[in-house]
Design a protein around this ligand. Structure first.
Ligand SMILES: Cc1cc2nc3c(=O)[nH]c(=O)nc-3n(C[C@H](O)[C@H](O)[C@H](O)COP(=O)(O)OP(=O)(O)OC[C@H]3O[C@@H](n4cnc5c(N)ncnc54)[C@H](O)[C@@H]3O)c2cc1C
Length: 383
């Protein structure tokens, strides 16, 4: 599969599977298994995995385009896909000692039969996912883990969780290790319902690990090397992916608003809203300018990830921070322009508006990113 084929498959799934049910799934808070099956059958679950395990060996450019395409139809599904790709990428980067156990799982992912996700955030350290409060304890060659994971996208739906915990002998707050915990492991339970403001169809429930036994073969990083894996493997793709979700939401908001301005009419004036009100046209134009600005920013980040350089980490941080704000601003404008029709939920605009608020909350949050950027500009250590 090449870039164009992957994006065209994403378009096909978005229009055939996602778009028709996004509204109902949002209302019911229903996870779309059909979407996951379609993504699996199309080969998109193994998008970034190496050819050797049956993956497509594609890179951030395709990843960003696929996510934005899915998000334009249903941001909940796009976020499920994003967290899966991160789980798969973390497994693919696993230490040599895990290769024997992880390779068959990577093959299952490429064959479309395994969905994964990340379980980093904890009740104790909240959005500071880099500092788990849970600790793995030695258990023969492996470990036992008890943890309260506060939000896990695809909770109860994924086949595996990539879990962080402080390393057994870790001294500092970031001395974590990453483990692969199969969903059927004894002691793993979904600890509550998911009834969020937005991304309501992505099952982001809390998950509890109660004395879960994890063999050393499923230890993904060396002891204490979870933090560098979070920074080097997960963060760049997560920030690119959430920015792409934001872009999909902005594009859907522009399209939905334009459609409303063309179809809603002032019958007494004999004109559509768009024909009648220059102020609405100007606000729509601003939405389009902002969406295209975000798109250019994402292209720039992709370029930095393809050709890493000194400014790459800065771009990684900036892009998610900017994308969260743009998505909120563009979808807020859409709410205002579409007025009562949006407010009374006659359009999909209010779903986009609610979904757009998740990006800035998801860690690293927009505030934390600004804190990191400011510190790095001043030469102050980040942690
Ligand atoms: C839809 C959704 C899906 C999610 N899926 C997952 C998942 O799959 N896996 C996972 O591990 N996590 C997931 N999360 C969790 C997410 O990444 C965050 O950890 C969580 O949303 C943060 O929650 P909080 O508001 O309690 O954080 P808090 O830390 O309580 O933050 C509260 C406020 O303080 C600000 N703040 C915190 N620290 C700083 C600082 N140092 N400087 C400045 N401001 C600061 C924050 O920006 C925020 O405004 C998900 C969250 C959402 C909303």
């Amino acid at each position: 599969m090449n870039h164009d084929a992957a994006v065209s498959k994403a378009h096909e799934i978005a229009s055939r599977v996602l778009a028709p049910s996004a509204g109902q799934n949002d209302k019911a808070g229903r996870f779309s298994n059909e979407a996951v099956v379609s993504l699996g059958e199309s080969g998109l679950l193994g998008l970034l995995l190496p050819l050797g395990v049956g993956g497509s060996g594609l890179g951030p450019r395709t990843f960003a385009a696929v996510i934005a395409t899915l998000a334009e139809a249903d941001a909940s599904v796009a976020m499920v896909y994003l967290m899966h790709i991160l789980g798969a990428a973390t497994m693919a980067a696993a230490r040599p000692g895990a290769a024997q156990a992880v390779t068959p799982i990577l093959k299952e992912i490429s064959a479309g039969r395994h969905l994964s996700t990340l379980a980093f955030s904890e009740a104790g350290s909240r959005s500071h996912f880099w500092a788990p409060t849970s600790r793995a304890h030695r258990n023969g060659n492996g470990v036992r883990i008890s943890a309260k994971k506060s939000w896990v996208t695809s909770a109860g739906q994924a086949q595996s969780y990539v879990v962080s915990a402080l390393a057994p002998e870790g001294k500092g707050p970031t001395d974590s290790t990453l483990y692969l915990v199969p969903a059927q492991t004894r002691g793993v339970t979904v600890a509550g319902p998911w009834d969020g403001l937005g991304l309501r169809a992505n099952a982001s429930s809390p998950v509890t690990l109660d004395d879960c036994v994890v063999p050393s073969s499923l230890q993904l990083t060396e002891d204490g090397a979870g933090f560098p894996a979070m920074l080097n493997v997960v963060l760049p793709l997560f920030n690119l992916g959430t920015a792409s979700v934001a872009l999909g939401l902005c594009r859907a908001a522009v399209a939905g608003t334009a459609s409303h301005l063309k179809s809603a009419r002032f019958e007494h004036l004999g004109q559509s809203l768009g024909e009648s009100l220059p102020t609405l046209r100007a606000q729509l134009a601003t939405m389009q300018i902002d969406a295209d600005g975000l798109s250019a920013r994402i292209d720039d980040l992709v370029d930095h990830l393809e050709k890493p350089r000194e400014t790459t980490m800065l771009r990684v941080l900036e892009t998610k921070a900017a994308a969260g704000d743009v998505a909120i601003s563009v979808t807020s404008a859409a709410m205002r322009i579409c007025g009562g029709a949006a407010f009374s939920k006659h359009l999909n605009i209010e779903r986009l508006f609610r979904d757009a608020h998740a990006g800035a909350v998801m860690a690293p949050t927009g505030d934390v990113l600004r804190e990191f950027i400011g510190k790095s500009l001043l030469g102050i250590p980040l942690f």
